[in-house]
Design a protein around this ligand. Sequence first.
Ligand code: CMX
Length: 436
Amino acid sequence: MALKDKLFSKIEAWRPRIKTLLKDHGEVKIDEVTIEKCIGGARDVKSLVTDISYLDPQEGIRFRGMTIPEAMEKLPKVPGSEMPYVEGHFYLLLTGEVPTKKEVEEVAAEFKKRSHVPQYVYDILRTMPRDSHPMVMFSTAILAMQRESIFCRKYTDGMNKNDYWDPTYEDAMNLMAKLPPIAAYIYRMKYKGDTHIAPNADLDLGGNFAHMMGVQKPYDDVSRMYFILHSDHESGNVSAHTGHLVASALSDVYYSYSAAINGLAGPLHGLANQEVLHWIQNVMEKLGGKVPTKDELEKFLWDTLNSGQVIPGYGHAVLRKTDPRYTAQMEFCKKHLPDYPMFKLVNMIYEVAPGVLTKQGKAKNPWPNVDAQSGVIQWYYGVTDYDFYTVLFGVGRALGVLSNIVWDRGLGYALERPKSVTTEMLEKWAKEGAKK
Ligand code: CMX
């Protein structure tokens, strides 16, 4: 397949760069670790490498060097749609090149070929308590498919290190193709009376997902936009880092991505999109369904902070400005749902919350992140079961995490194994002014 050939030529060309860096420049210092960073979650410690995306604190994410508007403009569009093919974005993440229409169609055809989900996955999902969180179901379904891993089989048979990337690529393609039907199945089993919609082979990944969800246009474009925006945010965030970490033990993509999904399910990470909707609903409920005034909203924000909770959808570990993923979704809302009361409320939060967070003086970034806007769009199009929202994030995030794992294998990145120290050691070094 053209994508695989291109990928291999890129990996082969890249390998000597990593070898030279390690062999000739391994001693060059790029960062230092302080006690604050050691206790504070390794914030900003430069210890991961990825060329697939880069997150600038002021500017936001760039996918393979492209801003979100640039990528959205340059990637081939699905005929009759505003949004690009998700398949084309995957091609971009994997190869660093914008695909031609023919190349996108090839990837789309490849995903279709690989999209059949084994019956045992559905059987397992059906044995789970129906009130299990959809992220638990999603993670379980992914892990259950580990027996399909080509990498695992080939590794057991004995394989040259240089070839690891190949079955990893095959596994990644297989898994990526199966995630949308699994997600749609969980949605319809849990929330739509266990009625299911067969896939439509004529549709692209985003279009087919909307079809299997049973939501009308332009939800196909919402899905495409959603998957692309959530795909990658460099390597340090919890889901991407977990995927990389688990894969660094040469665990295959099923083990790795299931673990990544578990990290995404945390309320400080991907679950924040569900928390935002929960928070908004609470506010409106307390006001008998009415949209609050700015003063009322400010009071709710302070009440949240004063009760020791975070304002979901605001703040970020790296970003220091409004998340361009938030802005991209806001532009979509302005076009498609400008008068929707919940969208207006989200905008009002945007006007009020940064001031409140700044006044409180704790959050380093008072601006909204991707999760502040995404739930409202889902709600508008009838996907109101907000505990499902993080599954949507999880389908998109796979594009980036899987691309990274393929490259990790291609470049032979090492087993991840940072060193821990004891509190006593930190106290000793604190007294001495530095680690001697
Ligand atoms: N509301 C209230 N307090 C906040 C806050 C928010 N939205 N964002 C940060 N703070 C607080 C932190 O809890 C921390 O308090 P303590 O000193 O008491 O521990 C302090 O401000 C400093 O935190 P920070 O350095 O600005 O932020 P972190 O890098 O530690 O954490 C994040 C980043 C995203 C976890 C945090 O901003 C947060 O909890 N936001 C709300 C949850 C959220 O929206 N998460 C989704 C992020 C995007 C994603 O991954 O999907």
